[in-house]
Design a binder for this molecule. Structure first.
Ligand code: BDR
Ligand code: CA
Length: 313
């Protein structure tokens, strides 16, 4: 099977960084057509810079990185330095990237790629707020029918929220964008907190990255060491969720995940529930299914895949 063509839309973020490394380490499975940065965990100038740092760390400076939207469609940007640190990639010391940012706007890159590649051959992998993807759909609605699949990290049902009691960060930051994406008609697969909170780091899992003795292995260990402290304090858990790599792991080994095809709507008006993913897990609404909403992951298999692949870099 030829490698699946993907665009990674991202706001790095340590867990975004691990997702990008996993994708770049897997050329037999995934062809990364480009990485599009969006404002999210930290503002856009940092997310696009971080994306370039990660490509260089992976030894793939030829990867094309595009900067996209610097703010949500209709709201002020909310960031997450309290989780990811001031740079978004706090933890290890990182050198400034030398590879250039592509001159084209990320939204134009997404639109042009979907219009020029054969229909049904490009998968979008959003790992941050859905602003770039929604802006592309607004600019060229005809791309919706050409998308092979949108596999995204965002939302929650049983785990409810992490940035508010009701909402997950990526959806909360730009609920209007999420609403556009979930209504667009393209096949959607969702990795919600229900899954990612089962993909927890443990000491042995982190030490396996450090034991690789490579620069990427050491960075992944130091990044997870850094952001683990926040989730362990918050949830009282033994480790922290590696959210975004679930998207890439699904594309490589879908059998690691299970879920239900259901209707998912986005709350854009709620006073207390803004950005909630109203996921009809029990199929009580009668609304048609618009997403494959994952609920479980084989965590050992996920970390096995991650370790095998990161060790290649
Ligand atoms: C999501 O929010 C960000 O902080 C992470 O990178 C992930 O994409 C988890 O809620
Ligand atoms: Ca992210």
């Amino acid at each position: 099977m030829p490698a699946r063509k993907i665009i990674i839309d991202t706001d790095p973020g340590q867990d975004d960084a691990v997702a990008i490394l996993l994708a770049l380490a897997s050329p037999e499975d995934l062809e990364v057509l480009g990485i599009t940065a969006v404002a999210g965990n930290v503002p856009l100038p940092l997310t696009e810079k971080n994306a370039r740092i990660i490509c260089e760390l992976a030894g793939k400076p030829e990867t094309r990185v595009f900067a996209g939207c610097d703010a949500p469609l209709a709201r002020k940007l909310v960031t997450a330095e309290h989780v990811h640190g001031k740079t978004g990639l706090d933890g290890p010391q990182l050198a400034a990237p030398t590879m250039a940012l592509q001159p084209k706007h990320a939204v134009d890159f997404i639109v042009e790629t979907l219009l020029t590649e054969p229909a049904g051959t490009v998968t979008l992998c959003p790992l941050g707020p859905l602003t770039n993807i929604a802006a592309a759909l607004q600019k060229a609605p005809e791309i919706a029918g050409r998308i092979q699949e949108i596999v995204l990290m965002g939302g929650a049902y049983f785990e409810v929220g992490n940035i508010t009691p009701a909402a997950e960060f990526n959806i909360y930051v730009d609920p209007e964008a999420a609403d556009i994406v979930f209504r667009c008609g393209a096949p959607i697969t969702v990795m919600p907190l229900d899954v990612t909170h089962k993909a927890l780091t443990t000491r042995p899992r982190i030490e396996a990255f450090r034991a690789m003795g490579t620069e990427p292995g050491r960075m992944v260990a130091e990044w997870t060491d850094f952001f683990e402290r926040f989730d362990m304090e918050k949830y009282g858990s033994q480790g922290a969720p590696l959210h975004d790599p679930c998207v890439i792991a699904y594309l490589i080994e879908p059998g690691l995940f299970s879920g239900r095809k259901i209707n998912v709507m986005i709350e854009t008006k709620g006073e207390y529930t803004l950005g909630m993913t109203v996921a009809d897990w029990w199929r009580v609404s009668g609304r048609p299914a618009n997403a494959m909403f994952m609920g479980d992951v084989d965590a050992d298999g996920f970390y096995r895949l991650l370790t095998e692949r990161i060790a290649r870099l």
